[in-house]
Ligand binder design. Sequence first.
Ligand code: SF4
Length: 374
Amino acid sequence: MILKTKGKPWRIDEPIIGRVAFDAADDAEILIVQDIVPDDLRRYKAILTSHDIDTSIDKAAVYAIPGFGHLSAGDIVVVNSDGVINTQYRIDSTHNFLLFTERCNSNCLMCSQPPRDKDDTGYFYNIYSQVIPLIPKECAELGITGGEPTLLGGLFFKLLEQIQHQLPDTEVHCLTNGRSFAWDGFAKRLGDMSFKRLMLGIPLYSDFNLLHDYVVQGDGAFEQTVQGLYNLAKYDVRIELRIVLHKPTISRLNKLSKFIYKNLPFVEHVAFMGLENQGYTPHNFDKLWIDPVEYGDDLAEAMMYLSDHGMNVSLYNSQLCVTPEEIWQFSRRSISDWKNIYLDKCEGCTVSEECGGFFSSNLVKHSLGIRALR
Ligand code: SF4
């Protein structure tokens, strides 16, 4: 799935945000011209075209774009001054997310979106404060991710408030490491919003503080995250815990599930997640990778323990043929459509409709136990 294209920019001084249209009659801010350029372009902020530069057209534009097959009418894009066009919202997808920042206060061994130490606050705030009003009101789900979104500080809350009020029926899921909520005032500010359609997805890698800190590569991260979880619970913010399945933490998985039941029973959902071979993971592969066939029993024990104690659990990014059958009931097809694949080996598998499949980045590295079930 292509989410980015590039052409020759013309008269673009700052990012232009808008919905694209292929037909001049449609309601949109940016027109894609594939044939004849309409006479009246006044209502558009910009045009995108595969034509060569035409200096007689007095309009911000990107010329010589190789193709538009990845775009649909109503998609929201950002047209940058260097001619790069990023798709921010896909009208036909249920897997849209807003990347609030690329900065992070953690540096996790398996981060799929390695942080960048560059202040992008103004850039992303400017973009999303314009994108959010253009998202259709019927949008069912929207993700927020990073980096660490809370590093936007006050602007994090401003964007959340925009989403809360302008998308009144949208379920919102925000990935955060939870550390900022160790500050009571930060958690209270979120609680004061009473944003009940918002769920925070917070990773907890181990019940043992030093092991969590090792995965996060941050001293004191465990204490901050756990304090953050308690503060959020105090202010009635909905929480999902996320547990990534990797070699350093598997042996304590059962202890972690007991820790969660005993100390964090207020969380609404616990998601166990297969490893994505993306970002830092290929560089730390030997430290992180464990074949799912090797941890199936540990995983089943941890998940059944929580489920038997009344907690809501799910298994993400996993393949049924390497998962113990007793926990198939928790498996969800969770991988975003644009990076979800199946292997040639899956051909003819009778459970492929229910199976979560693979990240496209796991094409080269996946379980040796994969086999079509008949
Ligand atoms: S063979 Fe493929 S589709 Fe079937 S369970 Fe395994 S991973 Fe899933």
